[in-house]
Design a protein around this ligand. Structure first.
Ligand code: GRF
Length: 221
């Protein structure tokens, strides 16, 4: 049997991205094995999802640690003891310390609900909606010690429609998150990701993105 990439998922909330990763693994489309789910929030629905699928989970309450490093050290110990090679942040609402990132160099990825570097931080969907952009989307990137600032692996672009509310836009973005996150992890699992400074290249891509999008659509121009 092929080796599966051992991953650890950090989640604070509903865990729909975790669910998408679980589903892709169960469908045999993602060569990964979720060794552990860690949440800082005991009420996170992500925990229930892990439980339903028999995935080990640990709750690490950040409030119980004197500082960020101590909290991060505890998480790192758990991840290492579970043999995790790639740390997947999926709606994890804590910024990781440089100490944690040094423990997993270029082995922590995050998903953000906007086209970075636009609209980092909280509520990327709302920021984009209120700004009035015509396209937004989502981004999977390596974590660094900034906020949503590491090298970009993959992005999906979605249009902002005139009929949209913040919620309908967020739903459209989330549907794409559920596709690009498993894809990014699969690229990693296949050992196809190369990082050159800020540029991430994927070896052996079957085709290149060639489509230009306009919103509103051009009328004859
Ligand atoms: C997603 O929008 C993700 O981009 C952001 O937090 C949200 C998590 O959603 N980082 P879920 O917990 O995966 O449903």
């Amino acid at each position: 049997m092929e080796k599966k990439l051992p991953i650890g998922v950090l989640a604070s909330g509903s865990g729909s991205n975790l669910q998408s990763i679980i589903d892709h693994i169960e469908q045999g489309r993602l060569d990964a094995d979720i060794r552990v789910v860690i949440s800082n929030n005991p009420d996170a629905y992500a925990i229930t999802r892990a439980q339903k699928h028999g995935i080990p989970f640990v709750i690490v309450r950040h409030q119980e640690f004197p500082d960020r490093e101590a909290f991060d050290r505890q998480m790192a110990e758990i991840l290492i003891s579970c043999g995790v090679e790639l740390v997947v942040m999926a709606g994890f609402m804590r910024v990781l310390s440089p100490l944690f990132l040094k423990t997993f160099p270029q082995r922590v990825i995050n998903i953000h609900p906007a086209l970075l570097p636009s609209f980092p931080g909280l509520h990327g969907q709302r920021q984009a909606f209120e700004y009035g952009v015509k396209f937004s989307g989502c981004t999977v990137h390596f974590a660094d010690d900034g906020v949503d600032s590491g090298p970009i692996i993959i992005q999906a672009v979605v249009p902002v429609l005139e009929t949209d509310t913040e919620d309908t836009l967020a739903e459209r973005i989330l549907r794409e998150e559920h596709r690009i996150y498993p894809q990014a992890i699969q690229f990693y699992a296949e050992g196809r990701i190369e990082i050159h400074n800020r540029q991430v290249r994927i070896r052996g891509l079957k085709e290149s993105a060639s489509q230009v999008l306009h919103n509103p659509p051009l009328e004859g121009f």
